[in-house]
Write a protein that binds this ligand. Sequence first.
Ligand code: GMT
Length: 378
Amino acid sequence: MKIGIVLYPTFGGSGIVATELGKELAKKNHEIHFITYTEPVRLGELRKNIFYHEVTTSDYPLFKYTPYEQVLTSKLVDVVKFEKLDLLHVHYAIPHASAAYMAQQILLDQNIKIPFITTLHGTDITLVGKDPSFEPVINFSINQSNSVTAVSNNLKMETNKLFHIKNEIKVIPNFICIKDYELTNNNFYKKRFAPNGEKIICHISNFRKVKRIEDVLKAFEIISNDIKVKLLLVGDGPERSCLEKISRESNFKNNIHFLGSLKSTKEVLNISDLFFLPSSTESFGLSALEAMACNVPVIATNTGGIPEVVIHGKSGMLSNVGDFKNMAENAVEILSDEKKLIRFKEGAFNQALKFDVKNILPKYEKLYENCLKNHFNK
Ligand code: GMT
C-alpha cells in the first residue's frame, strides 16, 4: 500500500507513534510518505520505502496568521496525485483531519478517490478539541473521516462524551518496538548520575501544565527523606523554567538534573529505577510504556487511559491526581525493598510486551484494508 502519514514532527507522543508506525509499515514493504512541516524527530536516516514531504509556509504581510491548514491541504493534494497514494492516515485531529477532508474533496473533483483515517491522540480531544473555537470543525472532520481510531478505551469514551460522533471509533492502543529498548551497558551513565549507588527516578515529557511535574518534585522531596535518590527530568516546555527555579531553591538541588529534550530516551530509562507520570489527564501515556519496555516500573495517576497501560500493583502503582504523598509512599515501598523492585521491574517489562509492535501493527494493516474496501465499494 502507498500510505500518506500526516503528523506533528515534534517530541510529543502522537508524532512519535506516527513516525514509528510509518517505519514499521515500511519494513513490511508498504510505501510511506510522511507529510509535515519539519523532519520528524524519530525519523532517523534514509530508509527504504520512506519519503518525507515538507509543508513549507510563506509569510505574506497581509497574513497575521500563516494559513498552515491550507498549505497542508495543497501539499496533500499534490502528494496524493503525484505519488499515487492509496490512503491518508492523519495523526491528531487538529488541523490534520479537516485538511485531509478538504484534500479529499478537491481530489474527488478531479476524479481521484482516496479515503482518510483519523487517529485521535488525546489533547486534540480532551484539552484543545473541546474548546468552542475548534469544536465544530473537529466534530465535523471526525464524522467525515472514513475510519477513526483512538489510542485507548478511555479516549474513545471521552470523544463520544464530548462530541456528537456518528461513526464507530476503533481502539488501537499505542505500541513500542520492544527490541529497540534492549538493555545496553549503562555503567558510564549510572556512575555519572548516581556515583554512590543512589536509586534513579525519572520523568520524561513536554513540560506542559497537564503533566503536573511539580508533583514529581514534591514527591521527590518526601522520598529523599527515606532513600538516597536522584531525579532526572527529561524534556522541555513552558513549565521548565518555573520548575528549575523551584528545584534550585530546594535542599535537593544537587540531586535533580534537568537534561533537556533527548531524541532517544532509552539511555536514561536504562539507568532508571522508577518512572513518574503524575499527569492530570493522559489518554494513554506513551512515555510510561517506553519506561516499562526498559523494565522501569511506573508511579502514575489513575486518570484517563493510564490504568489501561500501567497495572496497579504489577507494573507500577497508581494514585489520585495531586496525591503526591501517596505517590511518594508507593515509590518508597518499591525502592526500599530490592525483591519488590525486581518483581515490579519484571511486571513492567511483561506489561510492555503486550504493546509490542508485533501485536499492534496487524490491527492497523487490517484497518487500512477494510477502509480501502469500504471506500471503493461504496
Ligand atoms: O503528552 C502530550 O501532551 C503530547 C500528546 C501528543 O499529542 O503528542 O500526547 C498525547 O498522545 C500520546 C500518543 O498517543 C499519548 O500517549 C499521550 O497520553 C497524550 N497526551 C495526553 O493525553 C495529555
